[in-house]
Design a protein around this ligand. Structure first.
Ligand code: SF4
Length: 296
């Protein structure tokens, strides 16, 4: 059985393109070496080209280990600590080549980014993390807010009146149930500000494939689980989320550090939530000394 058959389909695209990028880099290296060894070159040009070839070769060896590390982590669902660096280098070095190859082969860019997010999530899930609820930041895009809502929630998400017309209400329910931090960002600058302000140890990020891809790479080495939003009305307008996916990502990070209040994995109404808030606040403050952020 081929190794590729053991890798889930949605992850195969990104890993396959990474491997093709490595192959392209090898061909490029061959070309540089051919030019460098051409006797018509001056000694200076030869040294320059050989230096370039040496650097490219070094990068390729590290990236090859990185790609191997990604494949092994996915196959064995185990984190390989020693290969974190090469995996990071492989992704950051070859990501632009992967996108270029995608354009050449007419592969939808969102499919590639979605596959990258799947690979990233798998790598994060292979780690053994021990995170307190208030060390987890849930970052959400502003386009989740109903466009008719008059309340300005990017300055303070608690300005939401929790009418339930958009997913912001459900995200606040999650925050109150689990005692995590939530930030609603209009773009990368505000998202970075939230990260600086809250100094999380892990992030659950909701965004489109494009923003998730850049956010995951910018946040490295912070572990980020990405959840793509749904865009029934097109990009950046009244977008939506599958709450169970977000909740599942939250619970991955804080798995043994919360207690179910009114049931697990189901949406809860405001009244249910109010009943449970004081219990979860007690749980969290006992463990972490953190205060509940819920407004009563
Ligand atoms: S849930 Fe909050 S943000 Fe959404 S429409 Fe209602 S008040 Fe506005």
């Amino acid at each position: 059985m081929f190794v590729s058959n053991l890798i889930p389909v949605r992850k195969r695209l990104f890993i396959g393109l990474l491997a093709v990028s490595l192959l392209s880099a090898a061909l490029f290296l061959g070309g540089i070496y051919y030019l460098a060894t051409n006797p018509n070159r001056t000694a200076f040009n030869q040294i320059l080209l050989l230096t370039l070839a040496g650097m490219l070769f070094g990068g390729m060896v590290v990236a090859a280990f990185g790609i191997g590390g990604i494949v092994l982590t996915i196959l064995y669902a185990r984190d390989i600590n020693a290969l974190h660096g090469p995996m990071r280098i492989a992704v950051s070095l070859f990501f632009p080549i992967v996108l270029t190859l995608g354009r050449i082969f007419h592969i939808d860019v969102n499919r590639i980014k979605s596959s990258f997010i799947e690979v990233n999530n798998h790598l994060v899930r292979s780690k053994e993390l021990n995170i307190l609820p208030d060390q987890l930041l849930l970052l959400a895009p502003h386009c989740l807010q109903n466009s008719d809502c008059p309340h300005k929630i990017t300055v303070d998400i608690d300005n939401c009146h929790r009418c339930g017309r958009c997913p912001v209400n459900s995200l606040l329910d999650l925050r109150d149930r689990y005692g995590i931090k939530v930030g609603m960002a209009t773009g990368g600058t505000l998202a970075r500000k939230f990260v600086q302000e809250y100094r999380p140890r892990a992030i659950v990020a909701i965004a489109c494939e494009r923003d998730l891809t850049s956010g995951i790479q910018d946040s490295n080495p912070l572990p980020v689980l990405g959840v793509a939003n749904e865009r029934p009305f097109g990009p950046c307008f009244n977008t939506n989320i599958t709450l169970s996916k977000v909740e599942e990502a939250v619970r991955f990070f804080i798995h043994d550090r919360w207690q179910p209040l009114t049931g697990t994995g189901k949406d809860i109404g405001i009244n249910d939530n109010m009943e449970g808030v004081s219990v979860v606040a007690q749980n969290i403050s006992q463990r972490t000394g953190a205060k509940s952020t819920h407004r009563c």
